[in-house]
Ligand binder design. Structure first.
Ligand code: CS2
Length: 492
């Protein structure tokens, strides 16, 4: 095996794959909660390029892993270095990212993490903790104050939840007089900055600390952001490719597509890297971009994932290679999602939609349908349910969004795929989903059980007869005749 990538071996990396800056010159100015593959292929890349382009090297990243040590096991021996392998068809390129200068495991030393958040040099905290990491109710977007982990954090143990960590860190910052800071969420949630501000305020409420809440109001900014880059879980084959290209072993390599986009609300409390020099869009209002991305990209992704996985298709590229599935998501985008969007001036929506289909079809990405199918209860509301709700309100019949939703219902209840593989429902609400459909023998009973889940369908859609009937039509077809027939019927 080749020697390991690290600061010591970095000089051996060929120029084309070397980072555009000297890691030893960087100071930590950003803390990132949730340092997984997505962060390293997205914000870490924008930040590295911004530092290289601006010469401001004060935005190195302290990466925090939330749930398991494994990222640290990969990155610590490499001094935080890891490479990004960009794939498009048969083209491959690779570059080392050196922006991550420090690593921590939140659960190992929670008090040290809180203290680290109080460093005045840390001026931005970014987050990729997935939808469920916020521990909020997707329907009300407020903190689930009855969640046992949230309650235990509020009762005063060293914090283990994301919002608990942030609020304890902000309290430490206030005591240390460490100055203002911006908390920038980078997860696929609408108005993620506003949502996080609400969760922080809810947690301050649990602590019964109005003075802290007032300090937060004065000193903390919560910009919203829309992030986009498809980053599948890294495979052994990716690690072998990186080793061949780098001449060094990189356990932290992440594989991704050429496309990357970041639209950030430009309301920072204590400065930020010049991300615009790296191609990010800094704007007053991310709302239109968020809705486009969540509904067009992620809504289609989830639809392809559920229907594709049920039909035995392993990758998103295999699912979209089925002409009927491609037609279903393409018509859903055009006929159902587009009318719900406020498109920014000059934005070429048809080209964006075509691009999405091309990105999904990138065979080199090998993005597993199972990966996208995870955590549906947290993803569906903003991806598919919101579209169905808005279309129904205008009197339209959003059959394809409802097909996607029925695909999820079939996925969480079928037990096996059409080619006989067992389905494991990976979802924080898995127990609730199972209880709601226990003993259900007909699609109608499944639909009624799942429509009662308020966190997904809210108080309105769960009791909307038109919605129920559209979802039931598709679930009936999926159950009795399978994906191919259900898609054909929804397209009629
Ligand atoms: C995907 C996203 O796993 C999923 O749910 O839809 O991770 C998707 O790949 C990204 O949002 C693309 O930007």
């Amino acid at each position: 095996m080749a020697p390991r990538l690290s600061l010591r071996t970095l000089p051996d990396v060929a120029d084309a794959s070397a980072p555009p800056l000297d890691p030893s010159a960087l100071e930590v100015g950003i803390m990132h909660l949730g340092i997984g593959a997505f962060h390293r292929a997205h914000q870490a890349e924008f930040t590295q390029d911004a530092m290289a382009a601006s010469g401001d090297t004060s935005w190195g990243i302290c990466g925090v892993t939330q749930r398991s040590r494994s990222v640290l096991d990969d990155l610590e021996p490499q001094d935080g270095l890891s490479s990004v392998l960009v794939r498009s068809g048969s083209d491959e390129s690779l570059r080392v990212n050196a922006a991550v200068r420090e690593l921590r495991f939140a659960l190992d030393t929670p008090d040290a993490l809180v203290a680290r958040l109080a460093d005045p040099k840390v001026r931005v905290v970014t987050l990729t903790v997935t939808e469920k990491g916020y521990r909020h109710d997707p329907a009300t977007r407020r903190l689930r104050t009855d969640d046992a982990e949230v309650a235990a954090d509020a009762a005063g143990r060293p914090p283990r939840t994301v919002v608990g960590q942030l609020v304890r860190g902000l309290a430490a910052r206030r005591s240390a007089d460490a100055g203002s800071v911006s908390l920038l969420p980078c997860d696929n949630l609408p108005a993620n900055g506003k949502v996080l501000a609400g969760l922080v305020s809810d947690f301050c409420g649990l602590l019964g600390d109005p003075a802290l809440a007032a300090w937060v109001e004065e000193n903390v900014a919560f910009p919203s952001s829309m992030v986009d880059r498809i980053v599948p879980a890294t495979t052994d084959a990716d690690r072998s490719t990186a080793e061949r290209m780098l001449g060094l072993r990189d356990e932290g390599v992440v594989a991704t597509e050429p496309f990357r986009q970041w639209v950030v609300e430009d309301v920072f409390a204590a400065g930020r890297p010049s991300w615009e020099l790296a191609g990010a869009v800094l704007t007053d209002d991310v709302t239109p971009y968020e809705a486009m991305k969540l509904r067009l990209l992620n809504g289609s992704h989830s639809t392809l994932a559920y229907l594709g996985a049920l039909a035995g298709r392993e990758h998103i590229s295999d699912a979209v290679a089925d002409p009927a599935l491609a037609e279903a998501v393409s018509r859903m985008m055009r006929d159902e999602v587009t009318p719900t969007l406020a498109v920014p001036d000059g934005f070429d929506l048809p080209a964006y939609e075509q691009d999405l289909l091309r990105r999904f079809a990138n065979p080199a990405l090998r993005h597993r349908t199972l990966q996208v199918a995870m955590d549906g209860s947290q993803k569906l509301p903003q991806r598919l349910v919101a579209v169905a709700r808005e279309r129904l309100a205008t009197g339209a019949q959003p059959r394809l969004s409802c097909l996607g939703i029925a695909g999820w219902m079939r996925w969480v209840t079928a037990g096996t795929t059409e080619d006989g593989r067992p389905i494991v429902v990976d979802d924080p609400l898995a127990d609730q989903l199972a209880a709601a459909t226990a003993g259900a023998t007909t699609p109608a009973v499944v639909v009624d059980g799942l429509l009662g889940i308020r966190a997904v369908f809210g108080d309105d859609l769960g009791v909307d007869p038109e919605f129920r009937s559209l979802v039931l039509d598709s679930l009936q077809a999926l159950t009795s005749s399978g994906v191919a027939v259900a898609v054909r019927e929804a397209l009629r």
